[in-house]
Design a protein around this ligand. Structure first.
Ligand code: NAP
Length: 330
């Protein structure tokens, strides 16, 4: 019997394990055009927090007592669809479960090419995570060789890809992360400096690491990090606003004392979503594939085993349990 995690209550602040329940999925004989995938990897992502609430966002809220969805990777085990034969490997959007029936009109499923890359990379550096890093850095912030880039949550999935992409393209990179172990890894990835935001306020650390200022801020965190970046931005700096994880479980007001620098420094601030850049995916895959093959972009995963561990893996994103991409292996 296939099973899926359901959302059974909505969190107030930080989500808790009691918000989730693992339930059997109904029997689902295949219709014409459908195929069944046995999931082998599940992605957990910070954006899922917004889907747990009823507040308006770009992705629809999870319905209560219904199977949740999210990124997943698996192998076709039964098929009524000649384009997805048994044995095909598929990246798709029906995660949080051990088996997925796909092939419906609005279900996204992509057969992955035979590249020899490890399967889970299609949920990290070759998938949404790496794509978000690449699009944000190059297509939103238009970061260029010789520039100074500041990236927050630099030991996370998107952040660690940004660090490596920026170094590969000749930039000076300052990362920030929570704790000395994470900062040591960010430096190993090639960053020129790493700021431990848990060791002290971020603004003076950034001012010391970038005395000439920053050209680009890749924001994964929001809050004080964003304010510090405004304080240190050079003229005509570009901010790619990717995420604000500091705010996802905390609605209290944040003081932005440096916001006014947007005007004299003419800072360009642009929020973006990965799906806005579908037409750039072939270019991303070619570039990222080449950088991975050349060893210029490496990946690290924090892996939880078993479908049962998915909520715990998800919650770990908000307490910084992961280095690199948080994944669930089935
Ligand atoms: P991740 O960085 O792998 O994991 C989240 C990390 O955030 C944690 O490891 C933790 O690292 C840090 N964190 C958690 N709470 C924090 C806080 N209060 N202050 C500072 N850091 C905190 O997650 P990811 O999947 O790569 O996502 C990173 C960001 O990108 C998120 O904001 C996410 O929503 C966003 N995102 C946006 C898009 C898009 O299309 N715009 C797509 C994917 C992801 P520390 O131990 O260093 O605190």
């Amino acid at each position: 019997m296939a099973r899926a995690w359901n959302l059974v209550s909505r969190p107030d602040g930080m989500p808790v394990l009691e918000n989730f329940a693992l339930k059997d999925l109904p029997d689902s004989p295949l219709q014409d055009g459908q195929f069944r995938v046995k999931n082998t990897w599940l992605s957990v992502d910070p954006y899922m927090r917004s889907r747990m609430s009823e507040a308006k966002s770009y992705a629809a809220s999870y319905a209560l007592n219904e199977p949740m969805i999210g990124g997943a990777f698996g192998e076709v085990i039964e098929s009524q669809n000649p384009d997805f034969p048994v044995g095909a490997k598929v990246a798709h959007g029906l995660g949080w479960r051990d088996e997925a029936v796909l092939g419906g009109p609005d279900q996204m499923a992509n057969k992955v090419p035979e590249t020899g890359l490890p399967d889970h990379l299609w949920l990290s550096n070759m998938g949404l995570t790496g794509g978000t890093a690449w699009m944000g850095l190059l297509k939103v912030a238009h970061a260029k060789e010789g520039e100074t880039v500041f990236v927050s949550a630099a030991a996370g999935a998107v952040g660690s890809a940004v660090v490596q992409l920026a170094k590969a393209k000749g930039m000076t990179v300052i990362g920030s992360a929570g704790g000395p172990e994470k900062c040591a890894w960010v430096l190993e990835l090639g960053a020129d400096a790493c700021l431990d935001y848990k060791a002290g306020p971020i603004e003076p650390q950034l001012a010391k690491a970038a005395p000439e200022g920053i050209d680009v801020y890749f924001d994964n965190v929001g809050g004080e990090h964003l304010d510090a970046a405004f304080g240190q931005a050079r003229e005509m700096a570009r901010f790619a606003i990717c995420g604000m994880i500091d705010r996802y479980n905390d609605q209290s007001p944040v003081m932005m004392k440096n916001l006014i620098r947007i005007i004299p420094a003419r800072i360009k601030v642009e929020g973006f979503l990965y799906p806005d850049f579908m037409s750039d995916i072939p270019e991303f895959m070619k570039d990222m594939g080449a950088l991975i093959a050349a060893g210029q972009v490496t990946s690290r995963e924090t892996i939880k085993d078993g479908l049962e561990s998915a909520p715990e893996a998800f919650l770990g994103l908000f307490t910084g349990e992961n280095m690199g991409k948080m994944l669930v292996r089935l």
